[in-house]
Design a protein around this ligand. Structure first.
Ligand code: NAP
Length: 419
């Protein structure tokens, strides 16, 4: 199973990123104190009847970081290494992400400590339904709206919507986003994060004078985000030379045939062992010579100890938190452009916002409308961040934080302190 950050490192990292931007912005101490803590944390332990008749107890979390700009929004992760610190850091990043792309949400995140690959469909459904009932007291279309994240998918969202609706007595599609289209999901949501990430790569390439046709890309993580990003890059003529999933990586100097890799993964469960490719570890592919690197798996992949060996010119963070602050410093000195997670992977939450709006209005958009609006918002957000970077003479992460932090702190100030 994959490496995650199972200690407090990732929360410390999120707070350090906040401090750096807060220093630059001259944010007052009070606001800083508020933003370092989540507003609300719910931890639940709940029993599930397993298929063999045993009872198992699972632990789950829902963390709501900040509501200053609206109801909170963020994914739900099923992974054996989920911790409260990890979910809290992810909820903070959601606050900045929603602010940087200017959608009216605060940040939240949830997780259940489990290995979904070892659960049957029935066990997964029971776990999801019971967890939904447990957190049902703090979620809802006007309160907090979950969405898919690592190892959760549209089916899990459908169970959440159904359970929440059953408990209330009527259908409430807008309680969750990333649902199947057949029951109130939005066209374009499945691919939105990867597609949005590639829009930011296009915008960055235009500024850097980088030709995308024929450029080489490496994508770590071949799930929802990694697959959609790889496909969108390939459509632009980018050569995908390496991919990795939780079992390891594959490399082909002349480029991979994505359809064949997908078929191989469908058949075997992994990209590894793909005929005609060289095997590599998931961390080795990060160090390959390429123009574009898209980490799309988990946190803490590019660190102080390997950042010096990164040879990509442009990194677009499909994943949340793949680069540590130590690595950021090294990459900046090396002249590597990093499009930060809170901007690069915001396409998912943008289309989740569109799905929420459609659900509330019971009026649905075409895929063309969704994609056009996504493109417009991604590019507008990229432009604001890029011009802030130029003006401030900083890297793009700091610039994105400056934009986000200013919006969140202004909303907090205008609302004032209650009581
Ligand atoms: P996903 O569909 O569950 O896919 C996760 C992928 O990462 C899988 O291919 C998995 O491998 C792979 N993986 C896990 N550990 C790995 C490792 N150590 N090395 C290489 N690959 C590894 O999850 P996702 O939704 O794509 O999320 C990926 C990242 O994007 C997360 O950081 C998430 O927070 C972020 N994100 C997601 C969304 C969204 O809309 N889904 C939005 C914004 C950000 P296997 O296939 O072998 O399991």
């Amino acid at each position: 199973m994959s490496q995650s950050v199972s200690d407090g490192g990732v929360l410390e990292m999120a707070r350090r990123q906040l401090d750096q931007a807060a220093d630059r912005l001259g944010l007052d101490e009070g606001a800083r104190k508020v933003l370092k803590q989540p507003q609300r944390v719910l931890m639940v332990s709940f029993p599930i009847k397993m298929d063999d008749g045993r009872m198992e107890v699972f632990t789950g979390y829902r963390v709501q970081h900040n509501f200053a700009r609206g109801p909170s929004k963020g994914g739900l992760r099923y992974h054996p290494l989920v911790t409260l610190d990890e979910v809290t850091a992810l909820s903070m990043w959601m606050t900045w992400k929603c602010a940087v792309v200017d959608i009216p949400f605060g940040g939240a995140k949830g997780g259940v400590v489990c290995n979904p690959k070892e659960l049957s469909v029935g066990e997964l459904e029971r776990l999801t339904r019971r967890f939904t009932s447990e957190i049902g007291i703090i979620i809802g279309p006007e309160k907090d709206i979950p969405a898919p994240d690592v190892y959760t998918n549209p089916q899990v969202m459908a169970w959440i919507m159904d359970t929440f609706s059953m408990n209330k007595g009527y259908s409430i599609p807008a309680v969750v986003t990333g649902k199947p289209i057949e029951m109130g999901g939005s066209h374009g949501r499945l691919e939105a994060t990867g597609r949005g990430c590639v829009y930011t790569i296009q915008d960055a390439a235009a500024r850097l004078g980088m030709e995308l046709k024929g450029a080489r890309a490496v994508v770590q993580g071949f799930g929802n985000v990694g697959q959609a990003a790889a496909k969108a890059l390939a459509e632009l003529g980018v050569k995908i030379i390496a991919l990795a999933d939780s079992n390891g990586g594959i490399f082909a100097i002349d480029g991979l045939d994505l359809a064949a890799v997908l078929a191989h993964k469908d058949q075997t469960g992994s990209v590894t062992g793909m005929p005609g490719t060289e095997s590599m570890s998931s961390s080795e592919i990060l160090e390959l010579e390429c123009e574009i690197l898209v980490p799309s798996a988990l946190e803490n992949q590019i660190r102080g100890d390997n950042a010096g060996r990164i040879r990509a010119k442009l990194i677009a963070e499909g994943a949340n938190g793949p680069t540590t602050p130590e690595a950021d410093e090294i990459l900046l000195k090396k002249g590597v452009t990093v499009i930060p997670d809170i901007l690069a992977n915001a396409g998912g939450v943008i289309v989740s916002y569109f799905e929420w709006v459609q659900g509330i209005q019971h009026f649905f958009w075409t895929e063309e409308e969704v994609n056009a609006q996504l493109r417009r918002r991604m590019t507008a957000s990229f432009d604001v961040v890029y011009s802030t970077k130029e003006r401030e003479g900083c890297d793009m992460r700091t610039a994105a934080y400056l934009v986000a932090l200013k919006r969140v702190s202004e909303a907090m100030q205008l609302r004032g302190l209650y009581p």
